[in-house]
Design a protein around this ligand. Structure first.
Ligand code: N2P
Length: 347
């Protein structure tokens, strides 16, 4: 299931003779020859992997996923062979409790000192025990400035002001869709109240009638081509679309929304722990961290990278933070949420 991250483009550029050398990486002393990384799609710098392979002599097998559920499902099925994975914050304690994580050897990651204080002691991983914050971001509404007025509320997806039937999408993500519907009604996006979830489900089903689809990664291209005009989306993905089409705008609705941190964690019993530590230290270098955020459009946890970024994602103001919530583990309510989402998808 793993494939090499050595891109075809690089191989082609180097030509057949030099490309052969790519097969003969010599790992730095103490490092395993390979590293298996499992990350969200479109969530890394253009040169991050190649730079690591070249400098450390470690071949990186890089796999991607589109949703937390997909990632967790694969890891819970066992024997994934991955060394590093990137769960959303609330999944870190869940994975720890299920025995999926192992503690970092922090002495092997001196660049932890480059983390912003805010991300050194995340509530999801106090003291950076199991991993590092990879990126942080917000969920909001991306829209085509040249085609529609800026949406102000999640109600746009229920045909509210600015809504355009068939030109709108929401994320293919239970937490985001039901969370937005809960916020729209003034509720917490972490609600475990069955009555509130009944309303959120009815709202999501109403929204579905106005949507082209529930879609995550692929919507960027649809915003660029103009097939989609209004999309629930993560801020970094919106920035990626904006880099191709300057008419893509992004707003955080008045009703409030999600703020999240995704964490790169070390998996229990992973086959290449030394290379994994070297990689975590490498991505916390200011220039490497800047390269990641420049490509993803998301916020960097590496404070030392901020001065290197052309337009760093500003940390939300106190007023904005008041409207934002971190998704938390739903505990016993997880089953109710899963069932509710299945019903929305089937409706
Ligand atoms: C990657 C978006 C991941 C952010 N394209 C969601 N946690």
């Amino acid at each position: 299931f793993l494939h090499s991250a050595t891109s075809a483009a690089v191989t082609a550029a180097l030509g057949p003779t030099l490309a052969g050398c790519a097969e003969k990486l010599i790992p730095k002393p103490g490092l395993e020859p390979e590293l298996n990384v499992y990350n969200w799609s479109d969530y890394i710098g253009y040169e991050t992997i190649q730079g690591f392979e070249r400098e450390f002599g470690v071949r990186v097998n890089y796999d991607t996923f589109e949703s937390s559920e997909e990632m967790l499902g694969k890891l819970l099925a066992g024997a994934s062979g991955y060394d590093l994975a990137v769960p959303v914050g609330y999944s870190v304690p869940v994975m720890r409790e299920r025995g999926l994580l192992q503690p970092l050897d922090r002495t092997r990651i001196p660049n932890l000192a480059n983390l912003a204080p805010l991300f050194r002691d995340s509530p999801f991983d106090p003291g950076t025990r199991n991993g590092i914050v990879w990126q942080w971001g917000l969920t909001g509404i991306a829209y085509r400035r040249d085609l529609v007025a800026p949406p102000t509320s999640w109600r746009v997806f229920l045909g509210g002001e600015g809504g355009v039937d068939g030109r709108m999408t929401m994320l293919d993500d239970a937490r985001e869709v039901l969370g937005a519907m809960l916020r729209m009604r003034g509720r917490s996006l972490n609600s475990a109240d069955p009555a509130e979830l009944v309303v959120a489900k009815a709202d999501a089903v109403s929204a579905k009638a106005h949507l082209a689809a529930f879609v995550s990664a692929a919507v960027k291209g649809q915003l660029v081509t103009g097939d989609v005009w209004v999309a629930q989306l993560w801020n970094g993905d919106a920035r990626q679309a904006q880099a191709e089409e300057p008419n893509v705008g992004f707003v955080v609705p008045e009703d409030g929304s999600t703020i999240f941190s995704d964490h790169m964690v070390l998996l229990a019993g992973c086959p290449h722990p030394h290379a994994a530590h070297a990689f975590l230290d490498y991505v916390l270098r200011p220039d490497v961290a800047a390269g990641i955020s420049e490509a993803t459009g998301f916020g960097t946890p590496c404070e030392a990278a901020l001065p290197l970024l052309r337009s760093p994602v500003p940390y939300p103001s106190v007023a904005e933070l008041g409207r934002l919530e971190y998704p938390m583990d739903l505990g016993d309510a997880t089953a109710l949420w899963d069932r509710t989402w299945t019903e929305v998808k089937a409706a």
